[in-house]
Design a protein around this ligand. Sequence first.
Ligand code: PLP
Length: 361
Amino acid sequence: MDPVRNLLGKRLFTPGPVMMSAETLAIGAWQTPYFRNQSFSDILHSCEQALLALVNADEGSRVVFLTASGTAAMEATIMNLLSKDTPSVVINGGSFGQRFVDMCCRHAIPVTDAVVDRDDLTDGLCLASLPTADALLINAHETSVGHLYSIQSSGQYCIQRNMLHIVDAISAFVTDEVDMQKQYIDALILSSHKGLALPPGLAMVVLGPRAIERIQPTSNLYFDFQHYLKDGERGQTPFTPAVTIVLQLHARLQQLHQQGLLSAQHQAKELASYFRQQLPALGLSCYAQAMPNAMTAVQVSGTMRASDLVARLEHEFDCVVAPNGGNLKDSIFRVAHMGNMQLSDLTVLVDALAKIIGERA
Ligand SMILES: *Cc1c(COP(=O)(O)O)cnc(C)c1O
């Protein structure tokens, strides 16, 4: 079979990419336009204003638009805001927390790796025992295990200690609450292909006033925030942006503005609750205690193997869920509730799971 055809036309329950709306898909079908002109500048300006409003950013906040995946935005934030003179703490409860730790190590930032295991995750964060530091880095939703942290608590901790609160909300924004003022977030990392339900390739860093003040000169040219902020004043980016995704973002932000973020969160919550209610009858359960609306990590028990379920769902039912790696490979898989998903998509998945699991009984 044609390898491209083999990838297309499946239902995606993966935590990125996620299913996109007809409007987003339609914009993607157009020829990419030229962008060094006023019309594109107006669109980028409007994206910045809309995003700042949706995340309730402080007066004076700005957005850096990077053409890159979310990981690049995480690393760019570290390169621009931290240095060997800014000891930092990473809340590490899975592979995305570990990614922050690895980045700090590469960039010679003194880092305390606050490893939280599954049991510690249960009642939020044990922040009291952390050392003094200049910044705290946290993934609002640790997507590798489907755990939602209390960003409100980490924000309060940071504000009391005058620490920079750097939050990767890539897999929380849209489906779960993200509010920069309420949660004292100084730098907020977002990307296009999770809750925003756009193609991968555009990442955004929303910088609050305290973060803007702390931007340091970086030896890196492509990711130099100063350059992005300066060009952003006239609605442009230093290098060719993901033009089409910016146009899709513009439409999506307008749609979210009309719908209201609370309603978008409610919609994801309804899908998540419905799905979670179906699990016990299938002999499955939820892996995480504190779960986001964005995703459910499903625990498989008995003689079933999560990796087999993942493979059969795709090959026999065209339902793509996310496998886990490492020692969780056979015990959990992940089902996202982000993007253009309907209850009817979830019933297809639940029916497929019932068939596979029923055959084994
Ligand atoms: C998806 C994701 C990222 C970014 O991953 P990329 O593969 O670089 O897009 C970062 N953090 C979290 C929490 C994520 O879920």
